[in-house]
Design a protein around this ligand. Structure first.
Ligand SMILES: C[S@@+](CC[C@H](N)C(=O)[O-])C[C@H]1O[C@@H](n2cnc3c(N)ncnc32)[C@H](O)[C@@H]1O
Length: 214
């Protein structure tokens, strides 16, 4: 069929599940800054909180992030590698510094790379042993910089022993207590799963306010 006869399929869906409604979620870590023009315009609206404007907007559950093209510098050779920006948003919002992120279908090992950069531990699993080679390439791509966090890569470990080690090494940061917000958090999570939202620029005050609050 000619590519001119239909809208090309370019979206992917992510399923977000939590065992309880007391899951960790850090919206501020993934807010998208407003451009200077929008910021200036919003700041003139005295009904809006300037602090919220500075923090940026909720990225919503529709993310416009292009897929990696063939010659992207991020590529390490895995056929279905995801863009760093997507994985970083998940890692930042759904885990906290020093926590342990588990990637069951690690693929290229991109989650491991993001975890190093974002100061988290990670455990990666993949049926394909090429994971190690792909991950090495990620490490090369990361390069070295002044801001590089120290890290250690351990292969084929005893998981129980590893988790104990990680916990001992971690300076655990207190996670916020969401118990009072449980009801609200749960309904947000449910609606996130059910809704398909069209991306629009907020045009009036209530939409702007919603944009800041969400
Ligand atoms: C879509 S890829 C993941 C890509 C990854 N998100 C990235 O950006 O690099 C899925 C991976 O799951 C692995 N996989 C499939 N079935 C598996 C299984 N039963 N156990 C472990 N890994 C499996 C495949 O080898 C493949 O690398």
């Amino acid at each position: 069929m000619s590519t001119h006869r239909f809208f090309a399929n370019r979206h992917e869906e992510a399923i977000w599940l939590s065992k309880t409604n007391k899951y960790y979620f850090d919206l501020d870590a993934v807010r998208v800054p407003f451009d200077e023009e929008t910021k200036a315009m919003y700041k003139k609206d005295k009904r809006l909180n300037p602090e919220s404007i500075e923090k940026g907007k909720n990225p919503t559950n529709v993310w416009e992030i292009g897929r990696l093209n063939g010659n992207s510098v991020e590529r390490v050779g895995h056929p279905t590698q995801k863009p760093l920006e997507i994985i970083r948003r998940f890692v930042r919002a759904l885990s906290y510094e020093s926590s342990i992120v588990l990637g069951f279908f690690a693929g290229s090992g991109i989650t491991g790379r993001v975890c190093i950069e974002e100061n988290r531990h990670s455990i990666m699993v993949d049926a394909d042993a090429s994971l190690t080679a792909y991950f090495k390439k990620h490490i090369e791509n990361m390069g070295t910089s002044f801001f590089q966090k120290p890290y250690q890569i351990i292969k084929d470990v005893d998981i129980k022993e590893l988790i104990t080690q990680m916990k001992e090494q971690s300076v655990m940061i207190d996670t916020p207590d969401f118990s009072e917000d449980c009801q609200e958090e749960e309904s947000v999570a449910t609606s996130q799963r059910e809704r398909i939202v069209a991306h629009e620029v907020a045009a009036n005050h209530s939409e702007r306010k919603e944009e800041l609050k969400m």
